[in-house]
Design a binder for this molecule. Structure first.
Ligand code: SAM
Length: 333
């Protein structure tokens, strides 16, 4: 078969391979198999599905190396090592909430042409989060599961000496606040986010033994103050969700909350100057169009320009580590 056909075929079939993963995550197959190997009939009964559908799904799971079916176990399926480590809820390295969110996002992604036609989101995830507590929980825990793998890179990328007080705007489960607090033992951080999110944050912070140095505060970051007398304001993976007007306002309130010499850090995925790469950043930009109203990806220079317009000085930018994330930082004069 010729290479161009293979490349196109791979792209066109691309979304098929994720679907069995999403379906198994949504139905709870990996957690059910964590209790022990099972036949398709028993799993169908336990998870309330058709036997034929479950059998086909499990067989595809074997082909995808997410499951195994050992002839010695008489046709029973079990989790592969990968699934046991990354897709069962009880595993410390689980990514199951993140996979469920990816499955949910595959629906608005499939309407990308409509989003491009109208230039608007097809299903605003911001609104959906507010309507649906189970989805909100999957989203916040999913972002944490994905981000925690590289979170320790952020404290290594910024000067931590003398930091006393910080705020993490839209800090979600507290992933980066916890990484900063672990790296800077005298730092106190406020994670500021929407009210229902912060219940999850507090539980996560308590689980990591950091409740004495990480507090939470309810804000709508589009309008509210971020505090006062801070040495550091972090905005990680939030500004791509917002228009330039909201970004400028947020950067302005970050400046107001900082003490002179204090630092703002804007972390995220940025497109290269001609906007045609890196691939993930271009896809992130499309996801901002289809899934979040008002957002778009920027170049590092565009974000640096917004920071300068908001009054920051000594602005610099670059990669945070090897995770693909970059940051723009600036100081309050
Ligand atoms: C993509 S997550 C990023 C979480 C975390 N900062 C990280 O880097 O992993 C976006 C966060 O922004 C929060 N958020 C969205 N709209 C908000 C608003 N209007 N006010 C406060 N937080 C908001 C969400 O609840 C979520 O925690």
């Amino acid at each position: 078969m010729d290479i161009p056909f293979m490349t196109l075929s791979r792209l066109a079939f691309g979304y098929w391979e994720g679907q069995p993963l999403y379906a198994m995550a949504e139905l709870g197959v990996f957690d059910a198999l964590a209790d022990g190997p099972s036949r398709a009939t028993a799993l169908a009964d336990r998870l309330n599905t058709s036997v034929d559908g479950m059998t086909r799904l499990l067989d595809a799971g074997v082909a995808l190396r997410l499951l195994t079916r050992d002839p010695e176990t008489d046709g029973r399926y079990r989790n592969s090592d990968l699934a046991a480590a990354l897709l069962t809820s009880a595993s410390p390295d689980t990514l199951i909430h993140w996979v469920r969110v990816m499955g949910r996002w595959s629906r608005p992604w499939s309407q990308l042409a409509d989003a491009v036609r109208t230039g608007r989101t097809v299903e605003d995830q911001g609104l959906r989060l507010g309507d649906d507590p189970a989805y909100m929980r999957d989203f916040i825990l999913g972002m944490h599961e994905y981000a925690r793998r590289g979170a320790a890179e952020l404290p290594r990328a910024i000067p931590l000496g003398g930091l006393r007080r910080a705020a993490d705007i839209g800090g979600g489960a507290g992933t980066y606040a916890m990484a900063l607090a672990q790296a800077a033992p005298s730092l106190h951080i406020a994670v500021l986010d929407l009210k229902p999110v912060l219940e999850i944050t507090r539980a996560m912070v308590a689980e990591h033994g950091l409740s004495d140095r990480i507090s939470t505060g309810v804000i709508d970051y589009a309008h509210d103050r971020f505090g006062a007398d801070l040495d550091l304001v972090l905005m990680s993976n939030v500004l791509h969700q917002e228009s330039d007007t909201v970004c400028l306002s947020m950067l302005g309130r970050a400046r107001d909350a900082l003490t002179p010499g204090g630092r703002v850090v804007v972390q995220g995925h940025f497109v290269q100057p001609d906007r045609t790469g890196p691939l993930f950043a271009t896809l992130h930009n499309l996801s901002a169009l289809a899934l979040w109203s008002g957002g778009h990806s920027r170049t590092l220079q565009e974000m640096a320009d917004l920071a300068a317009r908001a009054g920051f000085t000594d602005i610099s930018h670059g990669p945070v580590g090897k995770s693909g994330l970059s940051m723009v930082t600036g100081l309050r004069a």
